[in-house]
Design a protein around this ligand. Structure first.
Ligand SMILES: [Ca+2]
Ligand SMILES: [Ca+2]
Length: 293
């Protein structure tokens, strides 16, 4: 209960800061289209029109029932999340003592290759230290409440699972020639990351071609929070089963991550889903936002 009340107060503070904070942002706007290694490397993490339009960096998607909405073309970047923090003073749940799960690749001769061996529990790590700290990488170590606070600041919200699937439809981890078309894990997980897709760990957003709806990295790189609570059966998988971490509401995450391999996870598909502790920040979960028209 204490956590829920604190979260509500923070969300109200974020609302008070409002879009005026974003309007005051400055910075170079990316103009080049993403979709290959050179473009993502050159991207500064802020889409064209950032700070000027609530639709900056968004694409329009129409569902099978004909309803249209906007969704971020990329996973929310560290640069975007930093702008939110600068404008509002928001502190993530991890920065307020929440649970964090960090990944440690295991040695080939590791005696234990269970999830408990590769996850390390922390209450000190936070989004500022995650990844290589590059502005164009997706923000991670954010909980569902953190993602919702960012979305609210922009007048956006998190996608429902159905909206996410409509937007991600057709995304694939391999292209027609069998070459990696997303950032996932090639080799035997969790000991051999061959990085045949060009990336160990996180990739900058937009290094691979977008799907037909214009979304980058819906498959792989980071799992993405949805607004939906998990209502399916419990699955023995390892996400959320972090020794020492407190249990909370379980949410639905989509798309798979850089930790998904052929021998583990395998959920780099638009229609795959996974339960994730909503209050647990991890290195392989980020998000993107939607806006109603
Ligand atoms: Ca990879
Ligand atoms: Ca993703």
């Amino acid at each position: 209960m204490k956590r829920a009340i604190g979260g509500t107060a923070l969300l109200l503070a974020v609302l008070a800061a409002g879009w005026a904070g974003a309007a005051a942002l400055r910075g170079e706007h990316a103009s080049a289209a993403l979709g290959d290694a050179n473009a993502c490397a050159a991207y500064n993490g802020l889409p064209a029109g950032w700070g000027q339009s609530p639709d900056a960096g968004m694409v329009r998607v129409t569902t099978t029932t004909g309803r249209a909405f906007r969704i971020d073309a990329t996973e929310v970047t560290r640069a975007q999340f930093a702008a939110f923090v600068d404008a509002t003073g928001y502190r993530t749940q991890a920065e307020r003592g929440g649970d964090v799960a960090l990944f440690e690749q295991l040695a080939p001769d590791a005696p234990d290759i269970s999830p408990q061996a590769w996850w390390r529990h922390s209450r000190t790590a936070n989004w500022k230290q995650a990844g290589t700290r590059s502005d164009h990488e997706p923000v991670t170590l954010v909980t569902r409440a953190d993602a919702q606070a960012y979305a609210l600041w922009l007048g956006h919200r998190l996608p429902t699972e159905a909206e996410w699937e409509a937007a991600a439809h057709g995304a694939r981890e391999l292209d027609d020639r069998g070459k990696a078309a997303a950032n996932f894990w090639q080799g035997f997980f969790p000991i051999d990351d061959r990085a045949e897709d060009g990336h160990h760990g996180l990739a900058p957003v937009g290094c691979y071609r977008a799907n037909a709806q214009g979304l980058y990295d819906s498959i792989g790189n980071v799992w993405e929070w949805t607004a939906d609570d998990w209502s399916g059966s419990a699955q023995a998988h390892g996400h959320g089963a972090i020794p020492g971490a407190q249990a909370s509401t379980t949410g639905v995450i989509k798309g798979g991550s850089w930790l998904c391999a052929a021998n583990y996870c395998q959920r780099y598909r638009d229609n795959a889903r996974h339960p994730q502790d909503a209050a647990l920040a991890t290195v392989h979960v980020g998000f993107r936002t939607v806006r109603d028209e």
